[in-house]
Design a protein around this ligand. Sequence first.
Ligand code: DAV
Length: 377
Amino acid sequence: MAKIVNSWNEWSRLRRVIVGRADGTMIQAPEPAIVRDFPDDGFPAGAYGPMPQDMVDAANEQMDNFAAILESHGVVVDRPEAMDWSKAIETPDWTMDSQFGVMPPRDVLLTVGSEILEATMSQRARWFEYLAYRPLLQEYFREDPDFRWESAPKPRLTDASYHGGPEFWHEFESLDEEEAIERFTMNRRWNLTEEEPLFDAADVGRFGKDLFVYHSSVTNAAGIDWLTRHFPDHRVHVARFRESHPVHLDATFVPLRPGLALSNRKRVPLEEDMVTLFEINDWEIVPCAEPALEEPPPLCYCSVWLSMNTLLLDEKTIFVEEQEKAQQQQLYDLGFEVIPVPFWAVGPFGGGLHCATADVYRDGDMEDYFPKQIPGY
Ligand code: DAV
């Protein structure tokens, strides 16, 4: 019997990881959670269907290459099952004409210590995504007697979980960025209601005993409350940033090593207590470098800030996208060995190097990097 699952933070030496796959990824059908709209790339709002095969092939090539690089550094790489994401799905409450894909395991799987928690997700297209990881999770469960396999309450995702659905997106798109920030972000009110706990795993930043959870467009306050109760040995803190369409902490605010965090230079933190917590515990927060791209590639729903979506092999070694020269230089200047990895072909499938992976094993135990706390935060 072996210990397979163990990971408390983002920086300790990585030994085993899941890398997703691009196969079968769909531009998902419209649903109350999200309406994809790529009028210049053949998928205007309402249109849906498989991603072009040449893009799938290019993304898979880069993911296979990344997996090989990880293996060359002694990391065991597991891959999820390919599934038919074009299949329509149905629950007692709704039907959905397509699913999404299985490129970004980070969105779905949250590893905390010896536990892997399947997130609720908040889009109907992503309701069954956890199934692609079940063969791996079953294997870990059989082989690792300490593995805690958990699944958050499956959400209903009825219309009551959304403020207006397509109407919300119509309103959102009629506003410029600043107006959207004022109307939604500053009021902590995006498309999700507080009907039921909802969260994506990629909204959680793991800093040992402290977990920071992004109150985003895919994670609601009830989701953060659920995580707080679920991890009683941790301190769970709310994170918020000045961004009109907040999605996932890992292109927004990420740890690099104990005492050093990288913050998106545009998405300013809105929780003053969070900044203070870092300061009083002698953490330095550095703004990230300028991204290489001015616009995301075609059919990409992620932003150019995937530039800061990196993966740490250990406290001194970091994988950074190959074109992101400024981000590489900054990390080099901060003392890291930087390993460039071509990965922008993967962006349209849902993210960068951090999104495309989920921790299974990193060395070390739960440690306290924030011994001074702020009451009530
Ligand atoms: O900035 O578009 C992408 C992160 C996806 N896991 C962004 C966030």
